[in-house]
Design a binder for this molecule. Structure first.
Ligand SMILES: [Zn+2]
Length: 302
């Protein structure tokens, strides 16, 4: 068995996988986001109870938002009680086995590169586009996340001045605190804010897509700007990493026009004559992050 655990700001998802990476059991519980003692206790109980059911100590992989520094200290805005703690080391000590930890979007990229929609490609960029915009670079089946685990944060590169002027956009402040990040225009509330700039009053991305499909002019203008801005964002990834394929996950990847429209939108921000790498939808959807955490655990030395 291998245990993958996806830790979010509100819930923890535990999945036990067999050696063929088929999910055998799923459990969910609320995240004790403000109390580190309760947080480690909840994880320990979850894992030790699974050990008892499966009759052995399985390796553990944790996927979590935020970053981990070189000493293993977590930095995570959604989990204030966890920030500053060496989660993987502490859990390894409590559980008496190796524990691996990685940013959750890097876990997603790892999962899609190994057996997912990016299988068979050497350089895979896995990108989540949902409430946020972040991803991970996988080369030869291994995540390349850099010195502080930061590499892959494509949503926090800045919107180019040319696009800001073309669409006469305000400089929106991102959830990360920086002004003008891509995420503030293309993901979650950002996309709704973008729609507002074009006079489209919609509650969510689904309503926005329905409106542009119905021919609503403001929604159509939003769609065109959204794809253009997203194309510029992904073109940055291509110019920096030149992946063989981009795998897209997260809620907005389910909108048909996004995967379909992205290659042309990306090519529009590359050098003349250069085509975009293919953009495909994730194979494992919302389960990819926890699957990636399990793959991470499977790579641990026993
Ligand atoms: Zn940002």
């Amino acid at each position: 068995m291998i245990y993958g655990i996806d830790i979010g700001g509100t819930k923890i998802e535990f999945v036990a996988f067999d050696d063929a990476l088929e999910a055998v059991e799923r459990r969910r519980l609320a995240t004790p986001a403000h109390d580190y003692g309760a947080f480690t206790q909840a994880l320990t109980q979850l894992i030790e109870e699974a050990d008892a059911r499966f009759g052995g100590k399985a390796p553990v992989g944790l996927g979590m938002p935020g970053l981990t520094d070189r000493e293993g200290r977590a930095l995570c805005a959604n989990l204030p009680g966890v920030t500053g703690h060496k989660v993987a080391q502490d859990m390894a000590q409590r559980l008496g086995r190796p524990v691996a930890m990685l940013n959750d979007t890097r876990c997603f990229a790892l999962s899609e590169a190994r057996g997912g929609a990016g299988e068979g490609h050497r350089v895979v960029f896995g990108a989540i586009l949902g409430t946020g915009a972040a991803g991970g670079l996988v080369i030869d089946g291994h995540v390349e996340d850099g010195h502080r685990g930061l590499a892959g944060e494509y949503g926090h590169l800045p919107l180019p001045a040319a696009l800001q002027q073309t669409y006469d956009l305000p400089i929106l402040t991102c959830g990360c605190g920086l002004p003008g990040c891509f995420e503030a225009y293309v993901a979650g509330e950002g996309l709704i804010a973008l729609a507002r700039c074009f006079g489209a009053d919609v509650a969510d991305s689904r309503a926005l897509a329905a409106a542009w499909r119905a021919g609503d002019r403001a929604a159509l203008a939003t769609r065109d700007a959204f794809l253009d801005i997203l194309g510029a964002s992904f073109a940055n990834i291509v110019k920096l990493c030149d992946p063989d394929i981009i795998v897209l996950g997260g809620g907005l990847s389910l909108i048909e026009e996004v995967c379909a429209g992205l290659p042309a939108a990306i090519a529009g921000h590359l050098f003349s004559g250069l085509a975009s790498p293919p953009v495909v939808r994730a194979k494992f959807g919302d389960s990819s992050g926890v699957r990636g955490a399990a793959i991470l655990a499977s790579l641990l030395e026993p």
